[in-house]
Design a protein around this ligand. Structure first.
Ligand SMILES: NC(=O)C1=CN([C@@H]2O[C@H](COP(=O)(O)OP(=O)(O)OC[C@H]3O[C@@H](n4cnc5c(N)ncnc54)[C@H](O)[C@@H]3O)[C@@H](O)[C@H]2O)C=CC1
Ligand SMILES: O=C([O-])CC(=O)C(=O)O
Length: 313
């Protein structure tokens, strides 16, 4: 069987850790790309990872490079290139720098990997995916963003910690943008099949949702030099797996919604079926009035950011 080719652009914390998880799960051969100014850094990380393979027992060829020629014909391209925030910054503060980086990366991949599924991770996420769509010109179903798997994983972790139960038994859904406006969907959150509202009082649940919303900032304030990467990379690797193994996972992703939820052509976190051709279906839930209002607020925040991005270029 032919191995999938996975290119990861940006060999920093999230990129290298995504390579690590993808290699450990034997998802395919990996090309780790960074800018020429980083000199041999991507080569060093790739070689180091390769040397873990006899111990970890995976067969994956991992190459580090600063040339997009090495990425040619990728099945999946993960974009983590860009600056992370530091304490005191919001994700939106990264907009102008990362929009330029995203444009330059996408100019390259549209030439070298015309058929790839592109998974964007760089922040501010929902605007960066829109930029990737604009610059690559790929079908919207092949350009998507990672946010919901991470946000939901944080929520599931906090719920499991609260109840003292296995994370495996916690199932949850969050929608909306990757930021303070993310929308919890309590009717889709359960623990061992029991609706979460029967296990946690509303006021306490609201505190857990609030911690989830600020989950990225909590890690930034602890790390001080940058932002989270283990959980973001694990979430990204799960999306890569869904594509390369055509798993048809039903997970929340930043997907291009036009008529869906009445969004009108923007990226926002919604439940999707993710398989080898990218977003194969967007699941349209019936939301309560309260959820609808919160979702619309989230969409409006994304629209505003995209409008600001358009003025920059
Ligand atoms: N969507 C999400 O859930 C998450 C998003 N992020 C975002 O991911 C991005 C990366 O974060 P980290 O890996 O922690 O940062 P990092 O600073 O460790 O790595 C970023 C890498 O991108 C590289 N880079 C910059 N311009 C490039 C270009 N034009 N081509 C290729 N590589 C380029 C840098 O040289 C650096 O090695 C940030 O924007 C961060 O906010 C981080 C965590 C979660
Ligand atoms: O908080 C950040 O800047 C990075 C990120 O998106 C997250 O960890 O959710």
């Amino acid at each position: 069987m032919r191995r999938a080719k996975i290119s990861i652009i940006g060999a920093g914390n999230v990129g290298a850790t995504t390579a690590h998880w993808c290699a450990a799960a034997e998802l395919g051969d990996i090309v780790l790309v960074d800018i020429p100014q980083t000199e041999d850094m991507p080569k060093g990380k790739a070689l180091d990872l390769m040397q873990s393979s006899p111990v970890m027992g995976f067969d994956s060829n991992i190459v580090g490079t600063t040339s997009y020629d090495d990425t040619s014909g990728s099945d999946v391209v993960v974009i983590t290139a860009g600056i992370p925030r530091k304490p005191g910054m919001s994700r939106d503060d990264l907009l102008s720098t990362n929009a330029k980086i995203m444009a330059s990366v996408c100019e390259q991949i549209k030439k070298t990997s015309q058929h790839a599924v592109v998974i964007v991770v760089s922040n501010p996420l929902d605007a960066m995916v829109q930029k990737a769509l604009q610059v690559t010109g790929f079908e919207p179903s092949r350009v998507l963003g990672q946010a919901g798997v991470l946000d939901t994983a944080r929520y599931r972790t906090f719920l499991a910690m609260e109840l003292g139960v296995s994370v495996e038994d916690v199932s949850a859904l969050l929608m909306g943008g990757h930021g303070d406006t993310m929308v919890p969907i309590p009717s889709c959150t359960s623990v061992g099949g029991i609706p979460v509202q029967q296990l946690i009082e509303p006021a306490r649940l609201a505190e857990i949702v609030d911690r989830t919303r600020k989950g990225g900032a909590e890690i930034v304030s602890l790390l001080k030099t940058g932002s989270a990467y283990y959980a973001p990379a694990a979430a990204t690797a799960q999306m890569v797996e869904a594509v390369v193994r055509d798993k048809k996972r039903l997970i929340p992703c930043a997907a291009y919604c036009d008529k869906e939820y009445g969004v009108g052509g923007y990226y926002v976190g919604v439940p999707v079926v993710l398989g080898s051709s990218g977003v194969e279906k967007i699941i349209e839930l019936t939301l309560t009035n309260e959820e609808k209002t919160a979702f619309q607020k989230s969409v409006d925040a994304v629209k505003e950011l995209v409008a600001t991005m358009a003025k920059l270029s």
